[in-house]
Design a protein around this ligand. Structure first.
Ligand SMILES: Nc1nc2c(ncn2[C@@H]2O[C@H](COP(=O)(O)OP(=O)(O)O)[C@@H](O)[C@H]2O)c(=O)[nH]1
Ligand SMILES: [Mg+2]
Length: 338
């Protein structure tokens, strides 16, 4: 179909949905070998939600080698995204969103295939979006109340959320929960690029783009299996730290390079001052050249930070332009413009 034809097609769907004012909800479930728990998830998805006219379930099969797809079909799932090989959660999320937009979703809810989240609360999750109060809603797992989380994990959770909130300019109690609802415009504006931690990245992006994010308190279901995303807490901490630093460099490079450069500059002044002080006291520079050398190295490093800051800022501006372009392309592809 030509672009024009496609646009015409979407325009009529668009017109119809405006006239009928229908709201379509797509519930996407990324799955990697979830045949054992997927039935529990599918059975607990509400069949009727206030303010929603059409509920569609979309399973993203991320290269499963078990019966995930067959089980989903047995439970009535009609829409799938298939990855022949495992592509990771970030890619699965992105592909799911594109498919959901293609299906004409007004709202997309993401839940996991391990029945970790209470699907019966999806109605509460989408309510703030339906009422026009939020662009994104996050299910706050109230991690301090989760019995199988150790004290260390609870503290890490708090720290992780605090750092993400700082980077995003938000105040979310559980910034990394995967149980979320997004409205269509938010999804068109978000572009997650990290393969691993789209949860953190989407929040930082959404915060920086001025999208309104709300939290809804939920209770998680009892744990049925270990997390497959992280083999250990150390791996979790390291990967999250890398994601957050990368997000800062992408959105607020002056914070990383500004502070680093400033600290290096201040440290560099100390050996210089030492050099001047002892040279004046001794009446000779002899024996104090080392201070000059260390000071110069620190100053060069500070100058490099300044240069990196300028480059990162130019790339950031470019990214904004590319994202605006992408937004327009998505509107052309999926229809509807505010
Ligand atoms: N571990 C993992 N999960 C994936 C992948 N692709 C999709 N998923 C799904 O992502 C969801 C979250 O995975 P899970 O191991 O429960 O992670 P956690 O609950 O965030 O610790 C589940 O529904 C998985 O089936 C992948 O490559 N690896
Ligand atoms: Mg899980």
């Amino acid at each position: 179909m030509t672009l024009d034809g496609r646009r015409r097609g979407f325009c009529s769907i668009e017109l119809l949905s405006i006239i009928l004012k229908t709201v379509k909800l797509v519930i996407q479930i990324p799955c990697l070998n979830e045949a054992a728990t997927l039935p529990l998830v599918l059975q607990s998805i509400p069949v009727k939600i206030e303010g929603v006219d059409d509920i569609v379930v979309l399973v993203i099969d991320d290269g499963s080698t078990d019966e995930t797809v067959a089980v989903a079909k047995q439970h009535g799932v009609k829409h799938f995204v298939h990855h022949v090989r495992n592509q990771g959660l970030g890619r699965s999320f992105n592909d799911g969103i594109l498919k959901a937009l293609e299906l004409g979703a007004d709202i997309v809810v993401n839940t996991d295939g391990d029945n970790q989240y209470p699907q019966e609360r999806i109605g509460d999750l989408v309510k703030p979006i339906i009422e026009g109060r939020a662009d994104i809603v996050i299910g706050d797992r109230q991690t301090h109340r989760i019995a199988h989380f150790s004290l260390f994990k609870k503290l890490l959770q708090k720290l992780g959320s605090a750092v993400v909130n700082k980077a995003a300019g938000t105040k979310l109690p559980d910034a990394v929960s995967g149980f979320r609802a997004y409205d269509r415009e938010a999804l068109i504006r978000l572009n997650a690029v990290t393969r691993f931690s789209y949860c953190t990245e989407t929040i930082i992006q959404a915060g920086n783009k001025g999208l309104h994010i709300e939290s809804v308190a939920i209770d998680t279901n009892p744990k049925l299996r270990e997390s497959r995303l992280f083999k250990s807490t150390t791996e979790h901490v390291l990967k999250t730290a890398v994601t957050i630093i990368r997000a800062y460099i992408m959105y607020k490079p002056y914070i990383i390079f500004g502070w680093l450069g400033g600290i290096l500059f201040a440290l560099g002044l100390i050996p210089f001052a030492r050099f001047v002080y002892f040279s004046l006291q001794d009446g000779t520079t002899k024996g104090h050249i080392q201070s000059l050398l260390v000071g110069s190295l620190l100053m060069i490093a500070a100058f490099l930070c300044l240069v990196l800051n300028i480059i990162a800022d130019l790339i950031r501006i470019n990214r904004i332009l590319t994202e605006e372009n992408l937004e327009q392309t998505k509107y052309l592809r999926f229809g509807r413009k505010p």
